[in-house]
Design a protein around this ligand. Structure first.
Ligand SMILES: *[C@@H]1O[C@H](CO)[C@@H](O)[C@H](O)[C@H]1NC(C)=O
Ligand SMILES: *[C@@H]1O[C@H](CO)[C@@H](O)[C@H](O)[C@H]1NC(C)=O
Ligand SMILES: *[C@@H]1O[C@H](CO)[C@@H](O)[C@H](O)[C@H]1NC(C)=O
Length: 292
């Protein structure tokens, strides 16, 4: 995704119903390059180009600097509508995680009309067969599955409790965060925040703590080697397995960060405050994406 990911992602392993997790993997700075697979994305391609990480690095679309990792869109090239669209980056963790806690420290996310950044997890085979968990996507935390899955949802406001992609145009079930600074320009103005996602056999939880809010557990902020989610307080979004067997809907997942433009989500939700047509705007206004 991200124009200035500040860069700590912890993957913590526990047992299927644990609340205490020990660090399995830590990703800082250049480890987002060495331990993730990097692909180039273009607005109008539905699959990531296999162009190598070297090309993304050469175009300065991604780089690591100390303990910071940056992903960004091309913000200098004016494009034509017949081309494949604006260049950006997608990275996917080599490692997969099943029942785990993930903690992300993020200082900046892409902003601007037509941007569709996401921090999400999904499995290797045909989407949405392995399930999808979106920790940051648009203004929602949401989940998508391939067949009947009804979740009891709490936290924020929920549009649907039906997570089956086939029932609602791939939307799945989402929760609109109760924090107005959990996304976009308000998130960046506040200096970002920390997201955590816990997946057990019976629930999926997402927490968000804005930077300097005093809300984040001190063990999270200090990068403690062991974290106990029972001390985290109310999740910002909580999905409980009311009528959805989590183990059979969600397989081992890779972690993905990406930034796409327009498409079915950002295109349809393209705000009335944005100019004209999403693709036209993205093609013709490179400098609007300096913060993406
Ligand atoms: C991660 O995967 C990429 C692409 O398959 C590979 O080039 C890279 O060496 C892998 N990283 C590690 C640490 O295994
Ligand atoms: C890449 O971007 C960084 C940060 O904005 C900048 O310092 C560096 O000069 C850029 N490199 C090139 C080759 O443009
Ligand atoms: C959904 O995915 C599971 C595997 O996770 C598979 O067994 C099942 O056949 C799929 N169902 C549909 C309706 O595609």
């Amino acid at each position: 995704m991200i124009s200035k990911v500040s860069a700590l992602l912890l993957g913590l392993a526990g047992s299927a119903v644990a609340t205490t997790y020990n660090i399995a993997d830590t990703y800082i700075g250049s480890q987002f390059l060495s331990r993730f697979t990097c692909k180039r994305l273009l607005t109008r391609l539905t699959v990531a180009s296999t162009t190598s990480q070297a090309t993304a690095l050469a175009n300065n679309l991604t780089y690591a600097s100390g303990n910071t990792f940056i992903m960004r869109a091309d913000y200098t090239t004016t494009l034509t509508s017949s081309g494949p669209g604006r260049n950006s980056v997608r990275i996917q963790s080599n490692n997969t995680y099943t029942y785990a806690l993930m903690v992300l420290d993020l200082s900046h996310m892409p902003e601007g009309c037509g941007t569709w950044p996401a921090f999400w997890t999904t499995g290797a085979t045909n989407w949405p067969t392995c399930g999808e968990i979106d920790i940051i996507e648009g203004v929602n935390n949401e989940m998508v599955t391939n067949f009947t899955c009804l979740m009891d949802i709490s936290g924020g406001t929920s549009a649907s409790t039906d997570c089956n992609a086939n029932d609602n145009g791939n939307q799945g079930c989402g929760v609109h965060s109760s924090f107005s600074n959990s996304f976009g320009p308000p998130f960046n103005a506040n200096g970002g925040g920390v997201y955590a996602m816990e997946r057990t056999t019976t629930s999926i939880s997402v927490w968000f703590w804005p930077t300097n809010s005093g809300l984040a557990p001190s063990a999270v902020l200090s990068g403690a080697s062991s974290l106990d989610t029972s001390t985290f307080g109310e999740p910002d979004a909580l999905f409980v397995n009311t009528d959805c067997d989590i183990p059979s809907h969600f397989t081992a997942h890779n972690i993905i960060f990406d930034l796409t433009f327009c498409g079915d989500w950002a295109g349809n939700a393209y705000p009335s405050t944005c100019p004209s047509d999403c693709n036209d705007y993205v093609d013709n206004n490179p400098f609007a994406f300096e913060n993406a």
